[in-house]
Design a protein around this ligand. Structure first.
Ligand SMILES: [Zn+2]
Length: 192
């Protein structure tokens, strides 16, 4: 693992000793409380190839996402991170099974503290996580990106692939055959 600094987005100065980034940018570990107490900010950019779990969920290695993180301490003395993610990723259209671009816009506040979220203070935009000594910002970004991807992405206007032009079975085709089987046997019970 290589240790070097990132760029402090607020002051433009190098951040040293606070951020551990490996050579491929896959890990971005900060000392959480220190990062927040010093009101640090950090700008970074990711391509899908740097985030293995995200890579499993996209259709193409093209695209990219920029991230801005701001640390602060809330009224309950909890380290908090404002996480902004913005960019474009390619997912598989579930109708024509071709790649399609989706715009990604995430704005999320993460508060790190012991359980017992305060319903008054913790607005819906605040996600409460267990307190940690250090966090991997790349990991947090990946998690939020996975949550932001559409469940059933579809082009606004496209056609399902014709049987003559492709041999790729769609999830719906197999679902239909399952339904046909269930309907044919007249049974609604599970297999186990
Ligand atoms: Zn499509």
């Amino acid at each position: 693992m290589t240790l070097h600094g990132g760029i402090d987005g607020r002051t433009g100065s190098r951040v040293s000793l606070h951020v551990y980034i490996d050579a491929l940018g896959r890990r971005m570990i900060v000392e959480l409380r220190r990062f927040c107490e010093e009101s640090r900010t950090l700008d970074a950019a990711f391509s899908p190839t740097q985030l293995p779990r995200l890579l499993d969920s996209v259709a193409d290695t093209a695209g990219g996402v920029s991230m801005q993180v701001r640390g602060w301490i809330d009224a309950r003395d909890r380290p908090c991170l404002d996480l902004r993610l913005s960019g474009q990723l390619w997912v598989l259209c579930q109708r024509c099974m071709r790649p399609m671009a989706v715009d990604v816009e995430v704005g999320q506040t993460l508060a790190f503290g012991d359980e017992g979220a305060d319903e008054v203070l913790d607005a819906e935009s605040v996600e409460v996580l267990p307190l940690l000594a250090s966090v991997d910002l790349a990991d947090l970004a990946e998690e939020e990106l996975l949550l932001s991807l559409p469940m059933l992405p579809r082009h606004r206007d496209c056609e399902p692939p014709g049987p003559a032009t492709t041999g790729v079975a769609t999830p719906f085709a197999s679902l239909k055959s399952l339904l046909d089987e269930a309907g044919g046997s007249g049974s609604t019970g599970g297999q186990d």
